[in-house]
Design a protein around this ligand. Sequence first.
Ligand code: FMN
Length: 152
Amino acid sequence: MPSAGPSSGPSSGTAAGSQAAPLMQLIYASRPFGFSGEILDDILMAARRNNKRDGLTGALICRADLFLQMLEGPRDKVTATFGRILRDDRHLEVSLVWSGDAPARLFGEWDMLDDPARSWMWSREDVRAGAMVRASAAEARAVFDRVAEEVG
Ligand SMILES: Cc1cc2nc3c(=O)[nH]c(=O)nc-3n(C[C@H](O)[C@H](O)[C@H](O)COP(=O)(O)O)c2cc1C
């Protein structure tokens, strides 16, 4: 099983008490605004710095027409981070796809994995037609299960 427990990876050191806090996962979709390599680098740099500090892990699927992100970690940190992300003007139409308690992390080794779109994901037409917003929680979770499996 690739899922690492909360004791591995970036949560060591700081974030006192985070090990005991309930583990939560959250998935949202949004539409990039002003998508470029430079913007993406800035987003990922801040995400990794903050997530390391906050004991968060996750993955961000990035493409010109779509961000799809899973955040996982202590509930209070996930909620606070999502609050900042909601106010970020580098994307639009942020919609929560799923959030809930999780027994274990999927991306325990990753402060924030960035992942390109894959052929098995939604097409641009699907995304334009709102596939992300209509995706069931199970479908969205299955996308991240598959990404986690592929990065091993
Ligand atoms: C698609 C997207 C994903 C993001 N992911 C994260 C993240 O995982 N963690 C995080 O702290 N900030 C993330 N951010 C950035 C936040 O919106 C915000 O800019 C940042 O947390 C502010 O941190 P700072 O005050 O340390 O600069 C993301 C932004 C976007 C647009």
